[in-house]
Design a protein around this ligand. Structure first.
Ligand SMILES: NC(=O)c1ccc[n+]([C@@H]2O[C@H](COP(=O)([O-])OP(=O)(O)OC[C@H]3O[C@@H](n4cnc5c(N)ncnc54)[C@H](O)[C@@H]3O)[C@@H](O)[C@H]2O)c1
Length: 308
């Protein structure tokens, strides 16, 4: 099938592209390379260097006629969304709407959205959190993701667009950008490899649900192949502390780093963890990687990155 992957030069998007190409699908990428890189782009994909807000997106739909859209392009920095919510919404809401309007106009069969479970529920006592939990995001980034899900409901109901929204927990793995704010795993590995001091914010007891990128790709493939629509959490239902992440990475790199803490970030969420029972039932999805295996594979990739 012909698939469009927005953000296909990014961490998650490029891993989706590679998998689609392995399965002999034709892939088109739209990416403006703000955080994505040319090195991530599979040479068998057709690449349009373009902003998702650009009117020229329509020319791509007209010419390429994609049947399936994986929408992964986004401004992913939660802190930047707090600093400039208008700019954030222009990319994450208006940009998404530009893609959706073209899906409607050019009869796309299915839209698979990269949403967030980590930022959509806000602070909640119910852990692991299910999709039944009311979404009360506490960042503009989370609000934008929830807004797009509401638009998806509208496009589904009114125009019959099939969609799946995958609410990922904290994704980590090969190709994650270590310079951004999002990925503590990539940041710690990069720092230790470069003999810099990684810093754990606060006491390090805050937990997250870390899901390996190959499991996320697998969820996207199942969402594509199965005849289902709706919203699904994609996480592991396991909580891991930042202290434990540091310990595992450091162990894989020969325990050469010292454990140091920085002051806690104000307002940082203490716990986040997703129940994936709904995805297991509807998609037959469950995570294949535990944190030890995933960290090992990620560390190995970063070690060999410059040789790749
Ligand atoms: N990494 C995580 O832990 C995580 C968790 C939940 C949800 N997500 C979502 O998954 C998706 C992919 O995230 P990622 O971690 O791979 O980040 P990423 O930054 O590596 O990927 C985003 C891609 O979108 C591109 N992009 C950004 N703005 C664009 C624009 N205006 N026009 C065209 N392209 C643009 C970037 O260049 C990049 O290639 C995002 O939608 C993100 O919100 C990620």
């Amino acid at each position: 099938m012909k698939c469009l992957v927005t953000g296909g030069a990014g961490f998650i998007g490029s891993n989706i592209v590679d998998n689609l190409i392995e399965k002999n699908h034709k892939v088109i990428i739209i990416d403006n390379l703000t955080t994505g890189t040319k090195e991530n782009i599979n040479e068998k994909a057709v690449f349009y260097e373009m902003d998702i807000r650009d009117k020229k997106v329509e020319d791509v739909f007209k010419k390429e006629k994609p049947e399936i859209v994986f929408h992964t392009a986004a401004q992913i920095d939660v802190r930047k969304s707090v600093e400039d919510p208008i700019w954030d919404s222009e990319i994450n809401i208006s940009g998404s709407l530009n893609i959706l309007e073209n899906c409607k106009k050019y009869n796309v069969k299915k839209f698979i959205f990269s949403s967030t479970g980590g930022a959509i529920y806000g602070d909640t006592e119910n852990i692991p959190t299910t999709e039944k939990e009311e979404a009360k995001p506490i960042s503009p980034y989370g609000i934008c993701k929830l807004s797009v899900e509401k638009y998806l409901h509208y496009y589904g109901k009114i125009f019959g667009l099939d969609y799946v929204s995958l609410r990922y927990s904290n994704v980590y793995g090969p190709r994650q950008n270590s310079k951004g704010e999002a990925g503590v795993v990539a940041i710690f590995i990069d720092k230790i490899l470069n003999n810099e001091q990684p810093l754990i914010n606060g006491d390090g007891k805050q937990t997250r649900d870390y899901v390996f990128v190959k499991d996320v790709v697998n969820a996207n493939m199942l969402a594509f192949e199965k005849n289902i629509t709706g919203i699904y959490n994609i996480g592991t239902a396991n909580e891991t502390t930042v202290n434990e992440i540091f310990r595992l990475i450091n162990k894989n790199l020969g325990n050469k780093a010292e454990k140091k803490h920085a002051p806690a970030k104000k307002g940082e969420q203490q716990r986040s963890c997703l129940d994936y029972g709904k995805a297991e039932k509807a998609l037959g999805w469950k995570p294949e990687y535990n944190i030890e295996k995933g960290i090992k594979e990620t560390v190995d990739w970063f070690k060999n990155k410059d040789k790749n």
